[in-house]
Design a protein around this ligand. Structure first.
Ligand code: KG4
Ligand code: ZN
Length: 347
């Protein structure tokens, strides 16, 4: 038959994940299972992901995740047509753990191996969840990534621009740390911002004066640090309201930069692809209601469809890797034991 069943493996950051995705011909792909073991509590005391701790946790959990993914899908290894694994980009210890696990299964069981670019996994997710048509514009905004991509096909992407320093999620996490709020910073800063004044602090909007779709977020963090220290020096500390205003002003600056650059990316994209006016967003930061609302408005202004996969598939997961691997496998690509784990791997 023309039914393909892929086992996906993801371990490039702080989620250990295994999933099974099946597709019959051109029918809608089905996620049969998607097991994700997070590591938040392991890194909590350190204020960020510790690569060595992450790699060890992946090595411990990967085989369990694979076993659970198969059993939840109700299949065995003999039903798997290929194993797709994230081969980069990411924290190299974690990527190596995943690649070694996939190679072991592939070699031991004689199942074909497919190396997948993690970013392609994110970028193809809107097709996994909603079968949206190529081409489309994609905005990836997470703790590790921030870029605009045009997806022309399963293995064909054009990068319009991206962050030249921090990713927005990273900026949210650092902001939370500076203000003594819990990690991950995104949700806690968003909650705090609800009772804050977004106009109290005029934080910078870096790179808006420059053409193109590149973004920058590290200056924002520095500005926030200065504003905090100035208040501490002046009156010995921050009030609850000061903290809320800092969060709201920070969030407004991120939303502003993202929406203005999205408008620019849309204009570039639409000039060449007027027939498929679609923006898809993915990544943990897309969960932010203020940012999401602002992006929806830009899309409405440009008569562009806005789509965002459900949050569980926006963040790191192996279903997206299985699906991206399925597309590669279908196109005739396969890897062997020479597959390498890559810390950097631009699309
Ligand atoms: O996609 P993701 O789970 O992992 C990767 O970075 O690949 O994204 C996690 C990031 C974290 O930095 C987190 O603080 C941020 O997304 N995030 C948010 C929100 N929820 C998660 N940022 C802003 N607002 C949120 N509601
Ligand atoms: Zn990711």
């Amino acid at each position: 038959t023309d039914t393909l069943t892929l086992l996906g493996i993801e371990s490039s950051c702080d989620d250990t994940s295994a999933a099974v995705v099946r597709q019959s011909g051109e029918a809608a792909p089905k996620i049969l299972s998607n097991v994700v073991y997070g590591q938040t509590e392991l890194h909590a005391a350190f204020g960020g992901v510790v690569p060595e701790i992450a790699a060890r946790a992946h090595a411990e959990k990967l085989d369990l995740a694979v076993e659970e993914a198969l059993s939840k899908a109700g299949i065995g290894f003999s039903d798997v047509n290929a194993i797709a694994v994230t081969a980069g980009p990411g924290l190299i210890g974690g990527v190596i753990s995943g690649v070694m696990c996939a190679k072991g299964l592939s070699a031991g069981l004689g199942i074909p191996l497919v190396g997948v670019n993690h970013l392609a996994g994110h970028a193809l997710t809107p097709r996994l969840t909603d079968q949206i048509a190529f081409p489309y514009l994609m905005l990836l905004v997470s703790g590790g990534h921030c870029q605009f991509l045009i997806a022309h096909g399963p293995e064909e992407f054009t990068r319009l621009g991206g962050t030249i320093d921090d990713a927005p999620g990273e900026a949210f996490d650092k902001t939370a740390r500076l203000l003594g709020l819990p990690q991950p910073g995104g949700p806690s800063v968003e909650a705090e911002a609800k009772s804050g004044d977004p106009r109290r602090f005029a934080f910078p909007r870096p790179l808006l004066d420059r053409p193109g779709c590149d973004l920058s977020f590290s200056g924002l963090k520095t500005a926030l640090l200065r504003a905090r220290d100035a208040m501490v020096a002046e009156k010995g500390g921050l009030t609850r309201q000061d903290r809320a205003d800092l969060c709201a002003s920070f969030q407004a600056a991120v939303a502003d930069v993202l929406t203005k650059k999205t408008a620019r990316a849309l204009e570039t994209y639409l000039a060449e692809n007027p027939e498929t006016p679609t923006l898809a967003v993915a990544g943990g930061v897309a969960a932010n209601q203020t940012i999401r609302g602002a992006l929806e408005t830009v899309c409405a202004d440009h008569a562009v469809d806005f789509t965002a996969p459900p949050l569980a598939l926006c963040t790191d997961n192996a279903a997206m890797i299985a699906y991206a691997g399925l597309a590669r496998f279908k196109a005739g690509h396969q890897d062997d034991m020479s597959l390498v784990a890559r810390p950097r791997w631009p699309l």
